[in-house]
Design a binder for this molecule. Structure first.
Ligand SMILES: [Zn+2]
Length: 114
């Protein structure tokens, strides 16, 4: 290798094409600490997958109830921990069960009105 300390000028000229900073200042003051602590740190496996459940039976009300909130709403996937496939089938099963009046559409909480 020969010594060539001099770098040739030219060629290395970078084109700084109009770099307008059109960054609108949005107030994204988002240093919110989303502490996901306290909510099941591990175990991300879908329970249905773990049990190798293929189809979710809408007649198994006791199972389905487990995935309803107190108000009778379907729990979100985050809470159930079900994978996309099973969450779908779960929702479908719940809706069927609702249709057959096995599960409530709304809360079992007594309404004041009426
Ligand atoms: Zn699954």
């Amino acid at each position: 290798m020969y010594e060539n300390g001099e770098t040739e000028p030219g060629e290395g000229s970078y084109q700084q094409g109009g770099s307008k900073e059109g960054g609108a200042d949005r107030g994204q003051g988002g240093a919110r600490a989303r502490g996901a602590r306290g909510f099941r740190p591990h175990r991300r496996v879908c329970t249905f997958c773990a049990d190798k459940v293929d189809t979710i039976d809408y007649k198994q009300v006791q199972v389905l109830e487990h995935y309803l909130t107190e108000r009778g709403k379907i729990r979100s996937r985050r809470k159930t921990g079900a994978c996309a496939r099973h969450q779908r089938r779960l929702a479908l099963a719940i809706k069927r069960a609702r249709h057959l009046a096995l599960l409530p559409f709304t809360a079992g909480i007594a309404r004041g009105t009426g």
